[in-house]
Ligand binder design. Structure first.
Ligand SMILES: [Zn+2]
Length: 216
């Protein structure tokens, strides 16, 4: 039987679990180098590994650089090529950013939990924008009325709210990994409109002001 190879423990960029991972494929450009003058020879070069996280069964791809003389017993530093970590949305208030990251961590594990946690992000957006109303539906409508997001985007938020309800209540059905890109797209569109776009406008304005101030 071929013995299975594992990595040292590190944090999975899909699920956030820290544990050794299974090495399912390797490709190496490590080559032998001879230095005639010193009579020394060593092996060095980059190599790539396809890994499987044993917690979420997702696949990762990473690159390392090996050098016989320079790499210590802890092994080389690795660059994760896939996935490149959770997408960061610019301009999010701290609490919303924390909740969005928490949602991202369950994305590949449980589509229903992902929808529920994104619903929590929507709740926080409503609190942050002082929306009024008895439930999330009314609060989203209030945000649209105040012009914080256009009606079209509020409709998207309602779609997300609807999916959140399915995720939260087993009697309404169940979400599958097929719904994850929809949930992802809806939440990203809302957060970017409400937070990233104003943050970007502010950044551009401050650069323009700085340029103007420099002019004689
Ligand atoms: Zn994982």
């Amino acid at each position: 039987m071929v013995e299975k190879k594992h990595t040292a423990a590190f944090t999975c960029t899909h699920c956030g679990n820290k544990a050794p991972m299974l090495i399912v494929a390797e490709y190496s450009h490590i080559k032998n180098h001879d230095d005639e003058e010193s009579g020394m020879s060593w092996e060095a070069g980059p190599y790539w590994e396809v890994l499987e996280c044993l917690s979420c069964n997702s696949v990762l791809f990473r690159k390392g650089y090996w050098h016989d003389l320079l790499t210590d017993e802890c092994g080389p530093e690795y660059e994760i090529l896939y996935p490149n970590g959770p997408q960061v949305i610019r301009g999010l208030p701290q609490q919303i950013s924390k909740s969005y990251e928490a949602a991202q961590r369950v994305k590949t594990i449980d589509s229903n939990a992902f929808a529920v946690l994104l619903g929590r992000v929507l709740d926080l957006v409503c609190i942050d924008k002082n929306a009024v109303g008895d439930d999330l539906f009314q609060r989203l409508e209030d945000i649209a009325k105040k012009g914080i997001m256009p009606q079209q985007l509020a409709d998207m938020a309602h779609a997300l709210r609807h999916l959140r309800n399915i995720g939260a209540h087993a009697n309404l059905g169940e979400l599958t990994p097929a719904e994850v890109p929809i949930l992802e797209g809806l939440s990203k569109a809302i957060l970017e409109y409400v937070y990233s776009a104003p943050a970007l406008v502010q950044l551009v304005q401050s650069k323009i002001d700085a340029l103007k101030a420099k002019k004689p």
